[in-house]
Design a protein around this ligand. Structure first.
Ligand SMILES: [Zn+2]
Length: 99
């Protein structure tokens, strides 16, 4: 039997006692954000696509432009994630009591 541990709190997730959640995050460049103004004619659009392809080739040493991340979470960490999906670090900052 495969045993998982929570990727957030490192607690082992027991297959019977705990609920095992899988969190998948996909991140990719939103090329649609270029907006309609820059794409008036087909020539320009083609040019843009050429540029994008060049950039992609240049970025070879970095991670691929699109990544799918997968995490195993326990029930408690699933709750925490849903309350603040982007804020694991932010939560710590907010914990400081305003003296
Ligand atoms: Zn956890």
């Amino acid at each position: 039997m495969v045993h998982y541990s929570c990727d957030a709190c490192k607690r082992p997730i027991h297959p019977q006692n705990d609920v095992h959640h899988v969190l998948k995050i996909e991140i990719f460049p939103a090329v649609d954000d270029l907006g309609p103004e820059c794409c008036h004619d087909a020539d320009h659009l083609e040019e843009m696509q050429g540029l994008l392809e060049e950039e992609a080739a240049d970025a070879e040493s970095l991670d691929e432009p699109s990544r799918l991340l997968r995490f195993d979470l326990c029930d408690a960490c699933r709750e925490r994630f849903l309350r603040n999906p982007l804020g694991m670090a932010l939560v710590k900052q907010l914990d400081f009591s305003p003296n």
